[in-house]
Design a protein around this ligand. Structure first.
Ligand SMILES: *Cc1c(COP(=O)(O)O)cnc(C)c1O
Length: 377
């Protein structure tokens, strides 16, 4: 390299071998492709002797994330994707094709509803939305071409806990795949794969990443379905970038300690809000798991309270249309996540104009309590 001329030196200066320094943490493989000594070694990749060739296909950091979430979910395999929505799309396409029919829950995350209602029909995939509160309604929506039952382990924003045992039972009875979005619960609280669900998806943008600095998704399940999902990720270009995967893996390491505090603060806040004036209803579930019931608390403010003013008076608690960060934030389902739903659906699901969704952070509870007490005053 020292014989190189100026421009070549500028390009090749950092190619010295550094394998005798072992990094304590997983390095970031911020590379679009991998280098081979010769054609035999390249052929070796196709024979399974070398793990990586091109980062859209696989990369150590994205593989780490898929495998890490799979381990926590108790599933054999996982694949990371560019977002929660691409995780849902590629997971669905691993089991559904033109002519297939899906039965989906009718109170899904708004972005998922848009994907299923507005995009899947152009793939020739038909979706029927029904209430999953009553499993007989789900069963009666199954048709001869149904391939999948789709729902969320804890729904948004009214926090209904899905009965996964019943879902799996109906799925198996009709030889259907089941797919569950486990974003709100995380594997810390609920592990749907271990209950027999075929595919579990995450918006890793939320608790898995945990710090509101990435957009990412993960699909986990058995090897066959995850390989099929991986093929969709590769062919549709839904791969995650190495750096974002690396950041998400860093977040995953502290999932338990964050969730423990998130849950504790949420229990205290739900109790405080239930005892406060000015609130018609507090939504905080029970019975989700032995470790708690998640970290989202939704509240319906009294009719005469101006929701806009209430949010403004929350002070340091910002209005942020996402959830699951370390900071406490509030969002407004009617104006954001559920904006796309028809008004009649919003009304039927209970997405009212005074409904505020709180993503409870990991600050000192007393500071959170004071902010809400102030705003209510
Ligand atoms: C945010 C979210 C999604 C979508 O994930 P993105 O990472 O924004 O694509 C899907 N499901 C649930 C429950 C979510 O909260």
């Amino acid at each position: 390299m020292s014989s190189f001329r100026f421009d070549s030196k500028a390009i090749h200066f950092n190619k010295r071998i550094t394998s005798d320094s072992v990094s304590k943490t997983q390095p970031i493989y911020q590379t679009s492709a991998f280098k081979f000594k010769n054609l035999d070694e390249l052929e070796g990749y196709f024979q399974g002797e070398k793990p990586h060739m091109y980062s859209r296909v696989s990369n150590p950091n994205t593989d780490d994330l898929g495998a890490g979430v799979a381990e926590l979910e108790g599933a054999p395999a996982g694949v990371a994707t560019s977002s929660g929505i691409s995780a849902i799309l590629t997971g669905i396409l691993s089991v559904a094709e033109q002519g297939s029919h899906i039965v989906a829950c009718d109170d899904l995350y708004g972005g998922t509803y848009q994907l299923l209602a507005n995009e899947l029909p152009s793939f020739g995939i038909e979706v029927t939305f029904v209430s999953f509160k009553d499993i007989e309604t789900v069963e009666s929506a199954i048709k001869p071409n149904t391939v999948l039952l789709y729902t969320e382990s804890i729904t948004n924003p009214l926090l209904r806990i899905e009965d996964l045992d019943q879902l799996v039972h109906i799925g198996k009875k009709h030889s259907l795949h089941t797919m569950v979005d486990n974003t709100f619960a995380t594997p810390y609280l609920i592990q749907p794969y271990l209950k027999g669900v075929s595919l579990v998806v995450h918006s890793a943008t939320k608790y898995i990443g945990g710090h509101s600095d990435i957009t990412a998704g993960v699909v986990v399940g058995d090897k066959v379905l995850v390989e099929r999902t991986k093929a969709k990720v590769v062919n549709l270009g839904s791969n995650l970038s190495p750096f974002e995967a690396w950041l998400t893996c860093r977040g995953l390491k502290t999932l338990s300690v964050r969730m423990e505090r998130h849950v504790k603060n949420s229990e205290l806040l739900a109790k405080f809000l239930r005892e406060s004036n000015g609130i018609e209803k507090v939504y905080y579930p029970s019975g989700a798991s032995a470790k708690g019931n998640g970290a989202i608390v939704s509240i319906l403010l009294d009719q005469e309270i101006d929701a806009n003013l209430f949010c403004e008076k929350l002070g340091w608690i910002g209005v942020v249309p996402t959830l699951a960060g370390v900071e406490t934030t509030v969002s407004y389902p009617l104006g954001t996540s559920h904006r796309a739903l028809p008004a009649s659906e919003q009304e039927r699901l209970g997405i009212h104009k005074n409904l505020i969704r709180i993503s409870v952070g990991i600050e000192d509870f007393e500071d959170i309590r004071e902010a809400f007490a102030n705003a209510l005053r």
